[in-house]
Design a protein around this ligand. Sequence first.
Ligand code: 6PG
Length: 230
Amino acid sequence: MTVKLEQFDDNDSLLSAFSQQLASLLKQAINTKGFANIAVSGGSTPKPLFQALSKISLPWSKVNVTLADERWVDASHEASNERLVRENLLINEAAAANFVSLTTADENAEDAEAAISSRLAALNLPFDVIILGMGEDGHTASLFPCSAQLEEGFNLKRKELVIATEPTTAPHQRMSLTLASIIASNNVFLHITGEKKKKVFEDALANHSALEKPIKAVCDACELKLVWAP
Ligand code: 6PG
């Protein structure tokens, strides 16, 4: 288990350093192979990061942006992570990026697993960068400790790159990257802020199993860069 801590005094310093770091990783990928793949998370934490990143000049038309997870709602719904990304990241300089959605018109997320998995496979993975978030229950992406699909989400031999999950402690069905898709990424970041989440993270690593605190599964399987500010 390796956790590399990138700690900042305040959120403004985090935002400026982290957005520049992300931009330089994307630029490096574009220089090496002609394109870059990034998966970002939803929730409230990344919104100011998206806005900062959107203003950085990059060959954005060569960047594929998708999500670590999505809530199974229409893209116009206020809970939609796609909407969050469209409104806060795919603007300014980054308006030229190519967005890959994790939803379909299927009523049940489960029916869309194969289609979305192929959509992602067409990007020529791995992701150059994935930015994870974490909930106070230790979930990351939409790998929730309470969901019946968690073990399958951890199954490293699973064919599909995504899994439909149904949290019992949070609203909406979800479509989530699997653990295998997450840990295959070249750079895995966990972006959290505040003392409370830092404690949750440390407690997850010290005192819990991966099934109890899914973020631990990621730490166990790859080098995680923890980006944190109070
Ligand atoms: C989602 C997420 C989820 C999120 C955490 C943290 O769509 O729900 O991608 O994994 O990152 O729940 O969310 P906050 O930043 O809102 O605390």
